[in-house]
Design a protein around this ligand. Structure first.
Ligand SMILES: Nc1ncnc2c1ncn2[C@@H]1O[C@H](COP(=O)(O)OP(=O)(O)OP(=O)(O)O)[C@@H](O)[C@H]1O
Ligand SMILES: [Mg+2]
Length: 423
């Protein structure tokens, strides 16, 4: 490789000059000469030559092998030894520094030439291999992240489908249960009215002095008491009231399921985050209720331009993680607030916390500490992607082992990027 820049490290000046002359004859550039290891390292740092020719025994603190090691490690410069040492010990030491050649003095210039060419070629190849390794690693990372997104989307899509199906099935019967309860309430009212009229007539009849009628009215009154009709009329109202409330709750759950499943296809829009968070809470309530007391502190929020379904997905993942972190019974708190240029969604728990070691991995796809089949390790990586990449926001975590964890999501009010958001 003509024009290659070579550093000569040689403390015998005459030999160094001889090398320089011959290298130039071969078409190389003798870019610098050094007589000590320290000087060689300095020149390598300044000039970044393509190759170093290194004598092993050098005057000064560093011998050729030590110097070569540093030059290789710090500047990635290949080294060929030129030495008169043939003892095994030196050879073994030299090996460790991974030289590109070992030439015993005296040598033929042709030998030097072929060694230099081989070293330069091999070094170039090594570099290419390393470059393609980096490329491959990047591709692998990309593949991993795509796979994780697909998996999470698939998971969400199937939850959505299931939710939509269930919502549809429940909707019909809920329709007539609600309306029948309403009718029943009216009918009962009428029966009660009629009973009251009967009772009034009975008390009027009692006042008349007809012994036969007295007996009959007494019988009716006894039966009224025995059947506890007063209590029944009172209770039936409460029962129907309660059932209507229950029906209303089911209707709300169905509406939540529907909006959750619809949202899986929606784009960005101005959103009431508190409302979205509430319907997400309703969806995951079953996973939370046995584990934790949930405290909600919803602040007043302006409408936020975002992908509501994606934000719900993040909140869902954070809530489920919080519940999973609590072993027996604990507290989960969800808070929203509006702060200057962004809104904050905060989810904290009094669960097991995250160790220092795991903390740096939790946002990586497939990182999970949960058993096989329990966690895919995708929740937080998706949350990160959604908040950082899709909304230009931030997600931060604070955790203490044994005390609990707080996740904070910051969403900018004026998202950056084309059309405000990145789809
Ligand atoms: N609130 C939390 N408390 C303690 N550890 C947590 C909490 N949230 C997340 N982690 C840790 O981070 C890991 C990764 O969480 P992530 O949500 O990405 O995956 P996962 O919950 O394991 O699986 P899934 O894909 O089902 O969500 C968890 O396995 C857990 O170790
Ligand atoms: Mg999770």
């Amino acid at each position: 490789m003509e024009g290659a820049r070579i550093l000569i490290v040689e403390d015998t000046k005459v030999f160094a000059a001889y090398l320089k002359k011959n290298l130039e004859k071969l078409g190389y550039i003798a870019t610098a000469m050094a007589t000590t290891g320290e000087e060689a390292i300095e020149k390598a740092a300044q000039l970044h030559p393509d190759l170093a020719l290194m004598d092993i025994s050098l005057a000064g603190g560093l011998d050729g092998i030590e110097t070569a090691k540093q030059i290789r490690a710090r500047f990635d410069i290949p080294v060929i030894y030129l030495t008169s040492s043939t003892d095994m010990e030196t050879l073994e030491r030299a090996k460790i520094s991974e030289p590109f050649g070992y030439i015993i003095k005296p040598f033929d210039i042709k030998v030097l030439h072929t060694n230099i060419e081989m070293a330069l070629y091999k070094h170039q190849m090594d570099r290419q291999v390393r470059k393609s390794e980096v490329g491959l690693r990047e591709t692998l990372d990309q593949l991993k992240s795509t796979q994780s997104q697909l998996l999470q989307q698939e998971k969400l899509a199937s939850i959505g489908q299931l939710a939509a199906g269930v919502a549809h099935e429940i909707n019909n019967p809920m329709g007539y249960i609600g309306s029948n309860l309403g009718t029943l309430q009216k009918y009962i009212g009428k029966i009660q009215q009629h009973d009251q009229i009967g009772l009034d007539i009975m008390s009027k009849l009692k006042k008349l002095d007809y012994p036969e009628v007295q007996g009959l009215t007494q019988e009716i009154e006894n039966s009224h008491k025995q059947l506890k009709l007063d209590f029944i009329f009172e209770d039936v109202g409460a029962l129907i009231e309660e059932s209507l409330e229950g029906a209303d709750r089911v209707r709300k759950i169905v509406a939540d399921l529907k909006s959750f499943s619809h949202q899986a296809e929606e784009g960005s829009k101005e959103t009431d985050l508190n409302k979205g968070i509430q319907s997400t809470i309703n969806i995951v309530w079953n996973e939370l209720k046995y584990k934790a007391n949930l405290t909600k502190e919803f602040g007043e929020l302006p409408p936020v331009l975002c992908y509501p379904q994606k934000i719900n997905q993040v909140v869902m993942n954070l809530l489920v993680n919080a519940a999973h972190a609590i072993e027996n019974q604990g507290e989960i708190r969800i808070k929203t607030a509006s702060e200057n240029s962004h809104v904050l969604i905060e989810v904290s728990d009094t669960g097991c916390g995250i160790s220092e070691e795991n903390l740096s991995h939790i946002f990586e796809p497939f990182f999970t500490t949960k058993g096989v089949g329990k966690g895919t390790g995708l929740g937080l990586s998706m949350a990160y992607d959604i908040i950082h990449n899709k909304h230009g926001g931030e997600i931060k975590v604070d955790s203490r082992v044994g005390e609990g964890t707080t996740f904070r999501v910051y969403l900018p009010l004026t998202p950056k990027g084309e059309n405000g958001l990145h789809g």
